[in-house]
Design a protein around this ligand. Structure first.
Ligand SMILES: O=C(CO)COP(=O)(O)O
Length: 214
């Protein structure tokens, strides 16, 4: 299982979380990545943890003020990027262009969708992975894997029906090792989570719990 910790714009210490994630990844052998704010990518990458951008813009180099250039994210040390997170939704044409931009820059891509229909649509754009995250469960205490298991199984089937090579992740409300195992049993190959680590008193302890059953 791949564990991607999305720090969103939470007021946590990204370096402390990155160092904890790097240590837990090394100790457990589980693949763990951290996705900080764009301005913190290079500092997070310097800790040695696998680092992802939260978004890349659909544009190339040029007159695009305020954009998050995929090449700049890669040069700062990101190796992957989320695209179309529920909190940063894009039009389908822009998702397509952002996937292309990320691929040009050599970034791994994970495109998010709210439900299995959206997962099928974005899987057709050829990302490396897709992630289903029901918005109503994001940031809450109920894990998607137990509160809405059908959405995970249906997303896995939807992506498989379009392109079997696209991995399927899930996220929303995941905070424990049991949640991770439940997601794995539903067919997810990775999880996205945020508040369970970014808001934890002890992020390392939270991460150790997340990988405990793997
Ligand atoms: O949006 C998410 C990860 O990208 C999920 O957030 P929570 O883990 O806080 O529910």
């Amino acid at each position: 299982m791949f564990i991607l910790v999305n720090l969103k714009a939470y007021p946590c210490d990204p370096i402390a979380v990155a160092e904890a994630a790097h240590e837990v990844a090394e100790e457990s052998g589980v693949r763990i990545a951290v996705s900080p704010q764009a301005s913190q990518i290079s500092a997070v990458a310097e800790t040695g943890v696998e680092t992802w951008a939260q978004h890349v813009s659909p544009n190339q180099y040029g007159s695009f003020t305020g954009s998050t250039l995929a090449e700049a994210a890669a040069e700062a040390g990101a190796v992957g990027t989320l695209i179309n997170h529920s909190e940063n939704r894009l039009k389908l044409a822009d998702i397509d262009s952002s996937v292309q931009a990320a691929e040009r820059a050599g970034l791994e891509t994970c495109v998010c969708g709210n439900n299995p229909r959206q997962i099928a649509a974005v899987a057709a754009l050829g990302p490396d992975s897709v992630a289903v995250e029901p918005p109503e469960l994001i940031g809450g205490d109920d894990s998607v894997a137990t509160a809405d298991p059908d959405i995970v199984e249906d997303a896995v089937a939807a992506a498989e029906g379009v392109d079997e090579s696209v991995e399927v992740y899930c996220g929303a409300g995941i905070s424990t090792g049991e949640d991770v195992i439940a997601a794995e049993e539903l067919g997810a190959e990775g999880i996205l989570l945020a508040s369970g680590v970014a808001k934890a008193d002890d992020p390392k302890e939270a991460l150790e719990d997340l990988v405990s059953g793997l």
